[in-house]
Design a protein around this ligand. Structure first.
Ligand SMILES: C[S@@+](CC[C@H](N)C(=O)[O-])C[C@H]1O[C@@H](n2cnc3c(N)ncnc32)[C@H](O)[C@@H]1O
Length: 221
């Protein structure tokens, strides 16, 4: 399974570097950290939950998510890459971890910025490679997260440790300016909404998981 996922992922990394943004899927440790708020919510709530996964890729984090969900929960997956979306759709047909959730899950092969939903999500888990995008797109994607997330909900996303700092050292002036603007946007959202950061060293490369609240902190809090 690992080798098949890795090979599929690496092929997309070569062909669609800009949107794939990683050479390997998340490790088990990184997947578990991204799904931790969902695990806590499932232990606490006795109503069905609504979960959105953004950029599921080959489904490493998705597998952790479906193992936590019950058939009555709603699970939407938004994946821009049609090859990944087809692979995920197939998992809901023939993989025993995924198939119990087939009825209440939908794979949407669209970019997040174009995705709409009738109801907000309790949890959003995202693997988007923000450092590869323009700052305008990063703004748009954060707007989409908070348009889709319930005010009481949690957004969990990962970013590779010190990646922006490293890119600034190796890139030219225009790219440095772009990376600086992205850093500002992400810092602002973390300042206003972050509840926790996990440091995950067992991953290629090591990563931080940021957990943000659906409601921004007020000035006084
Ligand atoms: C770094 S990979 C993460 C894959 C997986 N979540 C993991 O942790 O192994 C980023 C994923 O985001 C997808 N993606 C990139 N831009 C997107 C967008 N605007 N909307 C939805 N998915 C997007 C890519 O196709 C890819 O599957």
């Amino acid at each position: 399974m690992f080798n098949r996922d890795f090979a599929a992922f690496f092929r997309q990394f070569r062909e669609q570097y800009h949107t794939t943004g990683a050479i390997a899927p998340s490790s088990r440790f990184l997947a578990n950290a991204q799904a931790r708020p969902l695990a806590r919510l499932k232990a606490r709530l006795d109503r069905p939950v609504r979960v959105l996964e953004v950029g599921p890729g080959t489904g490493v984090v998705t597998r952790r998510i479906v193992r936590l969900l019950d058939p009555g929960d709603t699970f939407d997956l938004v994946e821009i890459n049609q090859a990944f979306a087809d692979h995920l759709q197939q998992l809901f047909v023939d993989d025993s971890d995924f198939s119990p959730l087939a009825e209440s899950s939908s794979v949407h092969a669209v970019p997040l910025q174009e995705f709409t939903s009738d109801a907000p999500y309790d949890v959003i888990i995202s693997g988007l490679p923000m450092n590869n995008f323009s700052s305008e797109l990063v703004e748009e994607l954060f707007d989409a997260y908070f348009r889709l997330l319930d005010p009481e909900g949690t957004l969990s996303y990962f970013e590779y440790m010190y990646m922006r700092q490293m890119r600034k050292v190796v890139s030219g002036r225009d790219d440095r300016a772009r990376v600086n603007r992205i850093a500002e946007i992400m810092k602002r959202h973390c300042r206003e909404r972050r509840t926790k950061t996990n440091w995950i060293f067992v991953n290629l490369p090591p990563a931080w998981v940021q957990h943000l609240s659906g409601t921004a902190k007020t000035e006084s809090s």
